[in-house]
Design a protein around this ligand. Structure first.
Ligand code: ADP
Length: 266
């Protein structure tokens, strides 16, 4: 039956016995599809009204010659919160897109040097207040197959997180190089680090170590969830190593078959 979804498990008993368990998970996957559609539709519908509110707020703020400090404060706060909501909606849409992505990873190659240059430029703007020492060590020859928009989201989320969660004047290293197991990307910071008990849940949607603090930094709580889905789509996974008071390393290895060897071009 094509409308049904089944899950299979095979168990072995001793040398000569097999047990095949077939589970009908059609209802579960139907509900999961409905949930995805719902989130995608709501996010999409919220985009337009938010853009209108933000537009009017910007005009009002620019034209306002109200001396009342409360009015000024209220306008600023409304601007900040509207932008936060917009960022949250954008992240929800990115996540929905990745979840629904049927884009094949072997159809396009990604110039990681160019991609990381763009992210570095954005990182510099974010880093103005923090004054971290950020170094990029990038193997310019190392190109991969994959979906560029997704890979950009993954890399920038990890780099921007390191900037956010490291106290001012820290050291952040970004690495992109070949390794025995494939193509290795890592962001290493000497920030606050994360307690072991949180590590397992960090990639869940809206999971945050310190809710109040994270909210102040303005993140959506979806960043690492986006990273997880992107890596899953590229046959990889996120590796997190962290020590409280020492710092964190977020890394992943893309399998060798995703490395694009352009020996024919050269
Ligand atoms: P957020 O929008 O809150 O940054 P993320 O999914 O990107 O959402 O991250 C989830 C949580 O993981 C953050 O709220 C923060 O507590 C923790 N975190 C992420 N990156 C780092 C890092 N480099 N150092 C310390 N904590 C981090």
């Amino acid at each position: 039956n094509p409308s049904k979804t089944f899950e299979y498990r095979i168990m072995t008993y001793g040398e000569d016995q097999l047990l095949l368990i077939v589970r009908d998970v059609s209802r579960v996957s139907q509900l999961e599809e409905m949930r995805k559609d719902f989130v995608a539709n709501v996010s999409h519908e919220l985009r337009t009204p938010l853009t209108v509110i933000n537009g009017y707020l910007e005009v009002l703020t620019a034209d306002s010659n109200d001396e009342n400090p409360f009015v000024q404060k209220a306008m600023n706060e409304m601007g900040t919160q509207t932008k936060r909501m917009q960022a949250l909606i954008e992240d929800l849409l990115i996540l929905s897109r990745i979840e629904a992505s049927a884009e094949r990873i072997y159809e396009n190659t990604i110039n990681m040097t160019a991609l990381l240059k763009q992210v570095e430029t954005e990182a510099k703007t974010l880093n103005i207040d923090k004054q971290h020492n950020i170094s990029f060590k990038v193997d310019d020859e190392l190109r991969i197959f994959g979906v560029e928009t997704e890979m950009r989201s993954a890399c920038s989320n990890l780099i921007f997180n390191a900037i956010h969660y490291t106290p001012a004047g820290g050291n952040i290293k970004v690495l992109w190089k070949k390794r025995a197991g494939g193509a290795y990307f890592a962001v290493v910071d000497n920030g606050d680090g994360i307690e072991e008990k949180h590590l397992r849940r960090l990639t869940e949607r809206f999971y945050r170590v310190d809710k109040a603090r994270s909210r102040k930094t303005g993140g959506s709580g979806l960043g690492l969830s986006i990273v997880k889905h992107v890596l899953n789509h590229h046959n990889s996974f996120l590796n997190i190593e962290s020590k409280v008071g020492k710092g964190s390393e977020f890394s992943f290895i893309l399998p060798p078959e995703l490395i694009y060897e352009n020996s024919l071009d050269s």
